[in-house]
Design a protein around this ligand. Structure first.
Ligand SMILES: [Fe+2]
Length: 261
């Protein structure tokens, strides 16, 4: 049933002016990666980078006008009645709103900018390319998490870990994320080793929804800093974790989840 609504809502969004803007702006950012290559080749490049390195950042993909409108709608999530969401987690001043399922008619009318963003055509293509042998099993942006994290020394998911349910995540940075704003950090060259451990589990179904695996990094750990309007694409097989947010700073992001199950 959810798949039916997903189809209708995603098709309907193509008549939305924000959908047009997002498609255009993200597509332009992708073209900028390598102007001599086609969009298809650049999309394949992004998918490969995420597969091999665990992350790719489309720097400042959104224009300031689009970003401004998106930020306005982002605030609406926190002003809304909590009971309408799947879950609202609060921890040390941080608020994380879980919207699941995403593709509903109600969400489309209440949060049209957010739904248009996560429906971007290029994200769909990157996801299909990433899960190339399992395209029939993809759950595309089945849920989103809307985060606002003010100063904290104990951010949620702070330990370096990999997710037991492998997920391709798309993050939109709604404010500038410098090191003091608590961006995610990632261990380089960790995708393959973690993927091997995950897939060697005897009963993979027991991993789904389980506790994340904490790891000791063996390689360099980098902070995924980028300006507001950047899109970060991340494979959770890479060791990753949240970082503290300094006094007077905050981290405002929304992340969408894609899985092939
Ligand atoms: Fe995680």
């Amino acid at each position: 049933m959810f798949r039916f609504y997903e189809m209708i809502v995603r098709k309907f969004l193509f008549f939305n002016r924000w959908q047009y803007r997002f498609n255009k702006e993200v597509s332009q950012a992708i073209k900028e990666i390598n102007k001599e290559k086609s969009e298809k080749e650049n999309i394949a490049f992004i998918a490969e980078e995420v597969k091999n390195k665990g992350v790719f950042i489309l720097n400042e993909a959104l224009s300031s006008i689009t970003l401004q409108a998106f930020r306005k709608e982002y605030n609406k999530f926190f002003e809304s009645e909590e009971s309408q969401f799947y879950a609202v987690d609060k921890h040390d001043g941080a608020v994380c709103i879980r919207v699941k399922p995403l593709w509903t008619v109600k969400n489309m009318f209440k949060f049209p900018i957010t739904l248009s963003f996560f429906n971007v055509n290029s994200f769909d293509k990157i996801t299909k390319r990433f899960y190339k042998n399992r395209t029939d099993k993809i759950h595309f942006m089945s849920e989103i998490f809307v985060h606002n994290t003010p100063e904290t020394t104990e951010p949620l998911s702070g330990g370096l870990h990999w997710d037991r349910a492998q997920t391709l995540k798309f993050w939109i940075y709604l404010n500038d994320l410098e090191v003091e704003n608590g961006p995610m950090r990632i261990e380089l060259d960790s995708v393959q080793k973690n993927a091997a451990i995950r897939s060697s589990a005897k009963d993979p179904s027991k991993l789904v929804g389980g506790v994340d695996n904490i790891v000791e990094p063996e390689n360099e750990v980098v902070y995924l800093t980028a300006p507001a309007g950047s899109v970060m694409i991340h494979d959770t097989d890479a060791s990753h974790g949240a970082t503290p947010v300094a006094k007077g700073k905050q981290r405002q992001i929304i992340r969408g989840h894609c899985r092939a199950i």
